[in-house]
Design a protein around this ligand. Structure first.
Ligand SMILES: [Ca+2]
Ligand SMILES: [Ca+2]
Ligand SMILES: [Ca+2]
Length: 345
């Protein structure tokens, strides 16, 4: 809405409209016809004749559009959305319910609404949110849940607040610019001698060490005594970003710091390497990226890369690989990891 009508202008408008209603039978005809189509639609809907109901509601929508009646247009879109909902067509349902909701929002400020109107608006936000969640548009779903929540808070509906909050908890994680790696710098205490959140793929002595200066905190990742190849892995669920991933839009930035045991006479330097894998919902590999092997002994070398997730990605795996070229211990070290999802551009 671009402007607000003053009280006197509204009165004039009402007078004009009343005049038009009396003079012009076409607008009255249109209103009656709209009511008739909606009622027939409701009847068909009640008898589960959804295709028939859809036909009537669509005629009602056309009439509402022609007569530029926004309230009726919103109702028709809402009804159409519910037919699609019954038919299990989530995306079409969402499209129509979103349009209906946007019109309702444009039609008036929330302060001016009665409690019942507010609750019905919150219910519409909930419908939209659930559908958005169903099609995996989680950021949009969170926004819609929050809109519903703020209305329920306004009216003090404790039970509904609890329901919305529980629903928000079911959303998968999808935060942007937040580190998705658990225990990213190996700072958490070992649990039964194992590094929390990480899995030993190769080598059984992965642990915390601080023999050389750490990159951050009190320890780095160290394979300890191991064979020529040692690998530690973490798999990260990125299904929260499904919508943007499947649109081919979701980028992730991976960052890791690597170094090796200091140079010694007659002992070859061990290597450190990072690899990242992208997997679909069936754990089929879609793509992977492998860094070069690092042999930096006097400082932490930073590896940073921005990667576009292949469509269909649901999991990203991070692999810390230490290559032993000398001694008993495998001495490619890792610290200060992060994987963040970039917000859509
Ligand atoms: Ca650390
Ligand atoms: Ca172990
Ligand atoms: Ca070694």
């Amino acid at each position: 809405m671009t402007g607000r009508l003053t009280r006197s202008r509204i009165n004039i408008l009402i007078l004009l409209l009343t005049g038009l209603m009396v003079l012009g039978c076409s607008s009255g005809f249109s209103a009656n016809k709209y009511k008739e189509m909606t009622e027939k639609g409701d009847e068909a809907f009640a008898s589960s004749e959804y295709q028939t109901a859809l036909g009537y509601y669509q005629q009602a929508l056309t009439l509402a559009v022609e007569s530029e009646n926004q309230e009726n247009k919103a109702t028709a879109l809402y009804n159409i959305g519910h037919v699609y909902l019954e038919q299990g067509l989530a995306e079409l349902a969402l499209e129509n319910l979103e349009k209906a909701l946007n019109i309702r929002i444009e039609l008036g400020d929330t302060e001016e609404k009665s409690k019942d109107e507010l609750i019905s608006l919150a219910e519409e936000w909930m419908n939209v949110a659930i559908l958005q969640q169903l099609i995996n548009d989680n950021p949009a779903a969170l926004h819609s849940y929050q809109e519903a929540l703020s209305i329920y808070e306004t009216v003090g509906d404790v039970e509904s607040i609890r329901i919305v909050e529980a629903q928000i908890d079911t959303l998968p994680e999808f935060e942007f610019n937040v580190n998705l790696v658990q225990n990213p710098g190996n700072e958490e205490p070992l649990v039964n001698g194992e590094i929390p959140y990480w899995e030993e793929v190769s080598g059984i002595n992965w642990g915390r060490n601080a023999e050389v200066p750490v990159y951050e905190g009190n320890a780095y990742f160290d394979a300890g005594e191991a064979g020529e190849y040692a690998e530690l892995r973490q798999i990260i669920d990125v299904s929260g970003y499904t919508m943007s991933i499947d649109d081919g839009q979701q980028k992730f930035v991976i960052e890791v710091h690597m170094r090796s045991y200091p140079l010694q006479l007659f002992v070859p330097v061990d290597g450190a390497q990072l690899s990242i894998g992208f997997y679909d919902a069936d754990n089929e590999p879609l793509d992977y990226v492998i860094s070069e092997q690092y042999f930096v002994t006097d400082r932490w070398a930073e590896y940073i890369n921005t990667l576009l997730a292949p469509r269909g990605t649901r999991k990203i795996s991070i692999h810390l690989v230490s290559y032993k070229y000398g001694g008993y211990d495998s001495d490619g070290y890792f610290d200060g990891l992060s994987l963040v999802a970039l917000p859509p551009e």
